[in-house]
Design a protein around this ligand. Sequence first.
Ligand SMILES: Nc1ncnc2c1ncn2[C@@H]1O[C@H](COP(=O)(O)OP(=O)(O)OP(=O)(O)O)[C@@H](O)[C@H]1O
Ligand SMILES: [Mg+2]
Length: 274
Amino acid sequence: MSGETPAVIEARGIVNRFGDVVVHDGLDLRIPRGCIMALVGGSGAGKTVLLRTLILLREPQAGQLALFGQDALAAHGTTRQRLRQRIGVLFQGGALFTGLTVLENVLLPLREHGAVERAFLADIGMLKIRLAGLPADAAHKYPAELSGGMVKRAALARALALDPELLVLDEPTSGLDPIGAAAFDDLVRELRDLLGLTILQVTHDLDSIWHGSDMVAFLARKKVLALGTAAELAQRDEPELAAYFRQGRSLAYARQAADASRHQAHATQITGTS
Ligand SMILES: Nc1ncnc2c1ncn2[C@@H]1O[C@H](COP(=O)(O)OP(=O)(O)OP(=O)(O)O)[C@@H](O)[C@H]1O
Ligand SMILES: [Mg+2]
């Protein structure tokens, strides 16, 4: 994606510390509008802390953060509240309220926000439930009555409640079988296309990284060490990137991508088109 596309998130020089533990030290990240970006990195690298910073649940010790072109760290009170409402979030682990049905869970943010007339609430909730790919009869079930994949979709429906422009997902496909995970990736892409969303998702799923995302931000050494397509990152020589992208199952994906690009180059040579 070109540097000309406006940024939905632009973070510069972010520092996050817990006591003596420095999690981020001068981290930069730019996410263009309409991008599906995967945020990857080892356990404890600071992915969740970064998400919490970007959605304004955590104040960094230093740095600048623009959300939708606005200085987010300088925004307070209702201005900050309005910025937050433009972001839909699916937290690590999903976290639906177990005592509420799917529909009641989805309606919660709408009720809190208070902008929707009561008469329309249920219709809007049902729309979000269907958008998240759930059958209508899931609306009146409790989370314990749903499969793991359906719980993720219900949490996604709730994240969509307030018509966000940016979706932030922390490991949305963890715990799903490969087919369920691939279906969720497809859904995320469809929603991006349909609703014009920008998506930032933490993931360890190789299929999501290689096929479900447009760009990958790789977190290491307390910053975004590399940003690019998975195929680009797999070419890099930094030991952290090589270890992540050129070992184990990742290697198969890297080889597939290299083969595909060789075939593409070969076809271009033959036909003179790209
Ligand atoms: N509230 C907190 N207080 C103290 N330290 C914290 C706190 N939250 C996170 N940390 C520390 O920050 C670092 C990054 O944590 P974070 O949860 O962002 O990792 P992660 O990349 O999301 O890992 P995982 O892949 O396991 O979810 C860890 O060293 C963690 O111990
Ligand atoms: Mg995490």
